[in-house]
Ligand binder design. Sequence first.
Ligand SMILES: Cc1cc2nc3c(=O)[nH]c(=O)nc-3n(C[C@H](O)[C@H](O)[C@H](O)COP(=O)(O)OP(=O)(O)OC[C@H]3O[C@@H](n4cnc5c(N)ncnc54)[C@H](O)[C@@H]3O)c2cc1C
Length: 413
Amino acid sequence: MNSTVRVSNPFWIDEKHDFISSLQTHPRIIHADLPTNNDEYDIVIIGTGLSGVACAYWLRKLYPVERFPRILLLEKNARPCSGASGRNGGFLWPSYDYIAGYVEDYGYENACQWVEFQHENIRAIAEAVEENQIDCEININRGNVALARNEEELENINKSYEIVKDYIGKHPKTKMSLDNLELWDHQKCQEMLHSEKFIGGMFMRESGTVWVAKLVYGLLKYCLEQAGVDLMTQSKVIRIEDSKKVFLENGRVILAHQAIVHATNAYAVEYLDFVRGKIIPTRGQCSRSKPIETIFWPFGLSARDGREYYHQSPIDGRITLGGCRWRSPDTENNNQNDSEINDLIREEHERFFAKWHPGIAMKNHTVEIEQEWTGIMAFTVDELPLIGPLPGDNHQFLLCGYNGEKIFFRSEF
Ligand SMILES: Cc1cc2nc3c(=O)[nH]c(=O)nc-3n(C[C@H](O)[C@H](O)[C@H](O)COP(=O)(O)OP(=O)(O)OC[C@H]3O[C@@H](n4cnc5c(N)ncnc54)[C@H](O)[C@@H]3O)c2cc1C
């Protein structure tokens, strides 16, 4: 019997998880169709992915209690965290392996500072998790390896390593450390990967994985315990007027006296003129396997310059795999439909491990897909996120455009 779920059904926000159902009845969660006494707030944050919820969290942390603003979080779906934050691959991965490319695009200093910033943000996320005792399976010390399948990819990895080494030599106060990085040759890859297909790689010790939706729900729970923070679900924003009036699809109008924050990532193109033409909504696909008894790799892996990424749950051996968008190059750009999956990409996921890790099959293991889903990433034309005030408007702020990766580019972290 084929037990594969054919619709887009993200494992991370599956209704069967207790953390989802237990928040549903929270008294501070308002349904947009139900009347309430109040439609006026100081700050309205649109979107309850990691960006929106982290924004509320840090506002709460940074304001003194007596001046804490009244905040409303708006979410178009019935459940918070229904966008990319509930549909990703779960990697926390500073892009050391990309530095050579960043140097070409943004210059030496900017590139190295950018990756150092990513790394610091990962540490800050781990601290916030620790401080709030959020159970989200975070592990930033399991390590990830970026793999090379050909000479060109290997050259980029080696170049990136040399740049980090050079930068550390020139910047003694940097928090980057070569102890964190290890170059793997072909032989080491063979030993570690059940595969002869990879000719080298860069292993990053301090990096790992997290269950992002659990992290978001944990932060949200904290926010909703604070006086002055509400969440309105099924409240799709359709337009803003006078930098103050937030119009919902059901006709309701919310007033934001101090600020509006657009934390809607790729979906911002649906209602915000400024981001149209700057953000290209792009669909990514992930799958999760049935449980596997053997743990093949205790660390995470990525190949083809990060276009395929996978890790195995240390709890039940299930493998989460993302990527292979190249298999269907004409369908996934400018695509905002995350309710269905792409069958061509699915085929590629099905054959991925037999093709790239043949040692697994030789040990009589098969990797069978149990669940799969798509999610919408926000690619930007210059590949940089859109963070800060809307030009010429000191009441509206952008927190979007993360280019399909980097859960940890949140400006707040
Ligand atoms: C398949 C896939 C794999 C990925 N893998 C990784 C990874 O391994 N590591 C990594 O670092 N990053 C990864 N990413 C990227 C990462 O998930 C995103 O950058 C991040 O989650 C974006 O968070 P966000 O809060 O900005 O946006 P989202 O999580 O998309 O949140 C936006 C929220 O706004 C709501 N919304 C949208 N429009 C409206 C409206 N008009 N009114 C009200 N509410 C609205 C949505 O319903 C949603 O809840 C991946 C993304 C995808 C899609």
